[in-house]
Write a protein of this length. Structure first.
Lengths: 218, 398
């Protein structure tokens, strides 16, 4: 089942001379696990932002179940993002005045599963001791795990993970990747942007991106 | 949804004290300064206006020996036990005068046998039927006559209304006066005849210079006939050996003095307000700019623009309203102290403040708070919320 499709998508930023993403076509099926590799500045994050409804493409369309998401009104687009997209950003993004647990409660409020088990997630991610701390008081690895919890608690259909193992030691990197992959389901898919060939190799569909051009590797 | 927004706003407000604290202070100081000056001015102006409106006398006459200036005699609360002969009333009643009434003041002393009123208090004897000053301040329905042993209490007098004795005489409280900010607030009003009799019984003749209290008055108030020039009247009674005060010009002088003083205070408040508003704009800008990343993150998890507005309006609203309420209340309270302080240097009546006047000043303070805050928050907030989520996240502070 097709979840999301990109048709002829390009993106040129106002302060850039040329397009960062060029005429990109992509289809993400339900249950799919895609990896995108590429050097810094090749357009990987831009591709994820566009897929996640966070950045309007300069040209082309992003279709979710046949409907162009960027033609939606702000309220509908926000609702769509909350229900269907979970974005694990490369930089740490959380509400800084809320504790880890409160961040998860807030994220769950806008997600797909209002009854998602926050305490179970906190345990799975080893955050028991820091669940009531503010993000500013956590280590880099703890922040990364807390962010992962905020994404998983929403049970999104499309998980966009931009270097999700940054800041994590080997053991936690494996556990976080396992948790992300466990979410893959006939109606849920994972799109992973990574430099790490080990994680890229575990994907069922592999892409690389170079100078804004998305290339199917197999 | 509102509970989520409220929780978010509250946590941000209390856990980001380094950014919300200065904002709170800016609002607090600016609103306090404005409410303080505005309320003090209105209170002082209102007092003079009230005295001018209600006092139907045009000229006040009192002994040269009185150690007070004209404004102090009119507005201060200082008791003066200096007397002049009662026959002065006849000499003041010429063709220009509509009516002349007199008052007789007496100071009670704790040792003089005041049974339940154990503090020193001024007693004012008036001719109730003809009175030109006291009667207009009576709370509730007017009283036609003030019988012997009946008293009217000033606004600040707090004594039992039953079984009260003054100078060994049992009295009945017939009424209470509004607060005027003048000597009346701390006075007990009796009929002049009754007070003179009490004076005769309770005080030695030496207290009155060997004269009989029944032949004495403390001051006289003259109401002139329609169209009579008060200056002309004063010239017509030049031979009367007493000080004559033109009430309207004294009130004008006091009002002019108030204006000069309050222009200075208003100037100071305006400078404070300008500095604080500039700081408020800068603080608001800083507060919102520091939250760009958070706004981007909120949008990414499904919060729509309108809800981001709600969250920030709620958060900023709580901060500024808390500061505004505190500043308005403190400004109103401090205004009273400012007036009391000013009264140490110049004679000034206080306007009795009604609930409506307090509400107007309190509401005005809040309106100022909301307006200034809304203006300062609108542009940066709109800019931040309208920004695409990805841009907000990449432009925000790390």
């Amino acid at each position: 089942m097709e979840l999301i499709r990109l048709e002829g998508v390009s993106k040129t930023y106002a302060d850039e001379a040329g397009p960062v993403l060029k005429n990109t076509d992509l289809v993400v099926e339900g249950g799919g696990y895609l990896s995108v590799e590429g050097v810094s500045g090749s357009g990987k994050s831009t591709l994820l932002y566009i897929l996640g409804g966070l950045l309007t493409p300069t040209t082309g369309r992003v279709l979710y179940k046949g409907k162009d998401v960027y033609s939606l009104k702000d309220r509908e687009l926000s609702l769509w993002r909350g229900r269907h997209v979970g974005y694990l950003f490369q930089d740490i993004q959380m509400a800084q005045a809320l504790t880890v647990r409160e961040n998860m409660v807030l994220a769950r409020r806008f997600g797909n599963d209002k009854g998602a088990d926050i305490e179970g997630l906190i345990q799975s991610l080893g955050l028991e001791e820091v669940a009531d701390k503010l993000p500013g008081h956590l280590s880099g690895g703890q922040k990364r795990r807390a962010m992962t919890g905020c994404v998983l608690v929403r049970r999104p259909q499309i998980m966009l993970a931009d270097e999700p193992t940054n800041d994590l030691d080997r053991e936690w990197a494996c556990r976080v990747m396992d948790l992300l992959q466990e979410q893959i389901h006939p109606e849920r898919s994972l799109i992973l942007v990574t430099h790490d060939p080990r994680w890229a190799a575990s994907a069922s569909v592999k892409y690389s991106i170079s100078d804004g051009v998305l290339i199917h590797k197999e | 949804m509102w509970s989520t927004f409220l929780m978010f706003a509250w946590k941000n407000m209390t856990r980001r004290i380094k950014t919300t604290g200065p904002l709170f202070l800016c609002v607090l100081v600016s609103v306090f300064a404005i409410v303080l000056v505005w309320s003090s001015y209105d209170m002082a102006k209102g007092g003079v206006e009230l005295s001018r409106t209600r006092m139907s006398a045009d000229v006040m006459v009192y002994p040269y020996e009185t150690e007070l200036d004209d404004a102090s005699m009119l507005y201060s609360g200082i008791a003066q036990s200096v007397y002049m002969d009662a026959d002065i009333i006849g000499r003041l009643s010429n063709g220009y005068a509509e009516r002349v009434v007199s008052q007789f003041y007496l100071q009670t002393l704790p040792t003089a046998g005041c049974c339940t009123v154990m503090e020193e208090m001024r007693l004012v004897g008036v001719d109730w039927e003809e009175d030109l000053t006291v009667r207009s301040y009576l709370k509730g329905a007017d009283i036609d006559t003030l019988d012997m042993q009946e008293v009217i209490l000033g606004g600040n007098i707090d004594i039992e209304t039953e079984n009260t004795m003054i100078l060994n005489m049992p009295v009945r409280v017939a009424g209470v006066l509004e607060t005027t900010g003048t000597y009346l607030d701390d006075s007990i009003v009796l009929s002049m005849e009754q007070l003179r009799q009490l004076a005769k019984v309770n005080f030695p003749a030496s207290y009155f210079g060997g004269r009989a209290p029944m032949d004495l008055v403390t001051c006289a108030l003259v109401e002139l006939k329609e169209g009579v020039d008060p200056q002309e009247y004063i010239r017509s009674v030049e031979d009367v050996q007493a000080r004559k005060v033109l009430i309207s010009s004294t009130a004008d002088t006091v009002q002019d003095e108030i204006m000069v003083l309050f222009r200075l205070l208003a100037g100071t408040a305006a400078v404070i307000l300008l500095l604080c508003v500039a700081a408020l704009f800068s603080q608001m800008q800083a507060l919102i700019h520091s939250r760009y990343r958070e706004i981007g993150y909120l949008r990414s998890i499904g919060v729509c623009r309108r809800d981001v507005y709600k969250m920030f309006v709620l958060e900023i609203g709580i901060i500024v309203l808390a500061a505004g309420v505190l500043a308005s209340a403190a400004g109103l309270t401090a205004a009273r102290s400012v007036i009391e302080w000013i009264r140490q240097y110049m004679s000034l009546p206080l306007g009795g403040w009604s609930g409506g006047a307090i509400l107007v000043h309190f509401g005005g303070g809040l309106l100022l708070t909301v307006s200034v805050s809304a203006v300062s928050a609108a542009v940066p907030l709109c800019r931040a919320v309208r920004m695409p989520p990805q841009e907000a996240m990449t432009r925000g502070e790390l």
